[in-house]
Design a protein around this ligand. Structure first.
Ligand code: 5OB
Length: 236
């Protein structure tokens, strides 16, 4: 099958628009490593938009007090919805990064990677006005059960996880299938490289044996053991 199946010829496979009040956070992650290369190669296109540019307040305010009271400010719906609407129409999935969202996992990543176009909305402060998700048809996504100051780092996690599934981004599609969460539901097996002994710790002999069946069996057992120790929930 052609790598280009389903894609517009000459267009990137994935276009992502990020809405944030801290566009600077995205600068070096989008320049370096996998994301930087994918963008340079034209298979990924990312545009970062400052929500404050869509504030109608003279001080570019984007938050306000919570109705009902309580500590902390809430991001107002107006500037975020205006920023999203300025992107124009067209099919896309809108993701609102939020600790109250559905937790990101590899099946969700696979679904987002074939969307063609994504809008990632980064909340800050104590939350985002609930009507943003309703008006924009956004899916709320959390990257895990811990507190973050804002959605920016979560958006970068989604972006990297999704981008590496876009055809032409990785370059080495074989490494895709082998890793944790992409194979048979186990964590990845341990890896070793030179030197054969490091600080008194030897590389397991079987990995130097050249016996490929024995190596495969050792890796399967080691992956199982590591999964039982670190992520028993994956075996349950
Ligand atoms: N915590 N996922 C876990 C998150 C999160 C916090 C966020 C966004 C996504 O914004 C404050």
């Amino acid at each position: 099958m052609s790598k280009a199946a389903g894609a517009d010829p000459g267009r990137p496979f994935l276009r992502v628009d990020v809405l944030t009040i801290f566009p600077g956070i995205f600068e070096s992650p989008l320049r370096e490593s996998l994301l930087g290369k994918a963008i340079a190669a034209g298979v990924l296109e990312v545009a970062v938009h400052d929500i404050r540019e869509h504030s109608d307040d003279p001080h570019r305010k984007v938050d306000d007090y919570a109705f009902g009271g309580g500590p902390g400010m809430v991001m107002a719906p107006g500037p975020i919805v205006a920023a999203a609407e300025a992107l124009g129409e067209g099919p896309r999935r809108v993701v609102l990064l939020s600790p109250a969202g559905r937790r990101l996992d590899q099946p969700m990543v696979r679904g987002l990677a074939v969307a063609g176009r994504l809008v990632l909305i980064c909340g800050r402060y104590e939350g985002v006005d609930e009507r943003v998700a309703e008006v924009l048809g956004a899916e709320e996504v959390s990257i895990g059960d811990y507190v973050l100051a804002g959605g920016e780092l979560a958006a970068l996690v989604v972006l990297e996880a999704v981008s590496r599934l876009v055809p032409g981004v990785l370059g080495n599609e074989a490494s895709l299938a082998a890793e944790s969460f992409e194979g048979e539901g186990l964590l990845d097996h341990p890896h070793y490289t030179r030197p054969r002994e490091f600080r008194g710790l030897a590389v397991p002999d079987v990995l130097l044996s050249g016996n490929h069946a024995a190596i495969a069996e050792w890796r399967r057992r080691a992956a199982m053991e590591k999964t039982r120790r670190n992520r028993p929930d994956l075996l349950a």
